[in-house]
Write a protein that binds this ligand. Structure first.
Ligand code: MRU
Length: 356
């Protein structure tokens, strides 16, 4: 998608270096950063220079390429893979991408390893672009239907950033929106700010602005009243891990939005590539929920009058703080799952029928 009119992807490989857009600097600065070692990749995932389930998967895949470039040896590769998986616990794409890479690379002699790793990492990236594009084509039908009925702008609420910045291109939740906009359907997006890191305000609104899609940032608590007032036609969110029974784990606050949507008969859709489905875990209480550092809550970052990025504390120094990063929305509150293969019911049967 575009930044200042120029088309970008979120990650690419050039002259044995992995290039990323440093998302900790957005929206104030657009910085392209080089990752040269596997440690750089682990650090980029941990510090959220790259974030979003599909993108951290792709960064981990390229992290293994960098690991081979550093030291082409199986035990170093294995250690790198373990450290990459541990960089963030909740999004399943990270483990999925590393395991997919390791399946290709384990036990392969050093002459072939690098070529194989680059090919597989590129395949993961291209596959995600295609998946996200198809999520858009499939989700477009829902927006089109609402637009035909309403004959007016379709108001869509989204949470966090499940946009192109969370993937390689297109995004998951935003892909149907981009497709609708490109088709000339009038859309307006309510963007949840998404405390504490403000991925909605800093990233989703930024990318929608760059694509000239009307959007309004709201506080995380405003969605309920907007739904009561009939100002939300549908919600679309992303997910970091969807269980085979249709339960959806996503950025903290998603669950409360789904509850409000249910109470107000607002359709609540979740968009995801199949790489985000955890076919093994049966019970959502077993999903490791990331708990991040308290400073993300107690401090805020922004630019001052001189356009310098500054961080300030906003909480009492003595207060205890808890920073849970994800929650689970039970399948019964999800109107449908928008995937690369089509739209299905959020249930064991729905997912099974689609992904036989
Ligand atoms: O903590 P983050 O910013 O990585 O969380 C991202 C989300 O919760 C997204 O909704 C999710 O990864 C969807 S992926 C397109």
């Amino acid at each position: 998608m575009k930044v200042e009119g120029k088309t970008y992807r979120t990650i690419w490989f050039e002259n044995n270096i992995v290039k990323i857009i440093d998302q900790t600097k957005l929206p104030h600065q657009f910085v392209i950063k080089d990752l040269k070692t596997v440690k750089d990749s682990i650090n980029a995932i941990k510090t959220m220079e790259v974030r979003g389930a599909p993108l951290i998967g792709a960064t981990a895949a390229y992290g293994l390429v960098l690991s081979i470039l550093e030291k082409n040896d199986q035990s170093f590769l294995k250690r790198s893979s373990e450290e990459l998986i541990q960089a963030r616990p909740t999004a399943i794409n990270l483990r999925w991408a590393v395991e997919r890479m390791m399946k290709k690379l384990s036990g392969i002699n050093s002459n072939e390893n690098l070529k194989l790793a680059i090919t597989e990492a590129k395949a993961i990236v291209e596959e995600d672009v295609n998946f996200c594009k198809n999520i858009g084509i499939n989700g477009l039908k829902i927006i089109e239907e609402i637009s035909n009925k309403k004959k007016d702008t379709v108001n869509i609420l989204t949470h966090c950033n499940a946009g192109w910045l969370a993937t390689i291109d297109w995004g998951t939740a935003t892909s149907p929106i981009y497709h609708a906009h490109q088709k000339g359907i009038k859309v307006h997006v309510w963007v949840d700010e998404t405390r504490p890191r403000n991925q909605g305000a800093n990233l989703t609104s930024f990318e929608l602005n760059e694509e000239k899609i009307p959007n309004t940032i709201i506080t995380d608590n405003a969605g309920g009243i907007l739904m009561q007032r009939g100002q939300v036609d549908m919600c679309i969110v992303g997910t970091d891990r969807t269980l085979s029974n249709g339960d959806v784990c996503n950025k903290i606050g998603t669950y409360l939005k789904a509850l409000a949507a249910k109470d107000n008969n607002v359709p609540f859709y979740v968009a995801l590539p199949s790489s985000t489905i955890d076919w093994e875990l049966k019970d959502h209480t077993q999903i490791p929920i990331e708990e991040r550092n308290s400073e993300e809550l107690s401090h805020v970052e922004g630019v001052d009058k001189e356009n310098k990025i500054r961080k300030v504390r906003i909480y009492p120094q003595k207060s205890k703080v808890m920073n849970l990063s994800f929650d689970v929305t039970p399948a019964k509150f999800v109107s449908g799952l928008i995937t690369e293969k089509g739209i299905c019911e959020a249930s064991k049967k729905g997912l099974k029928d689609l992904f036989k």
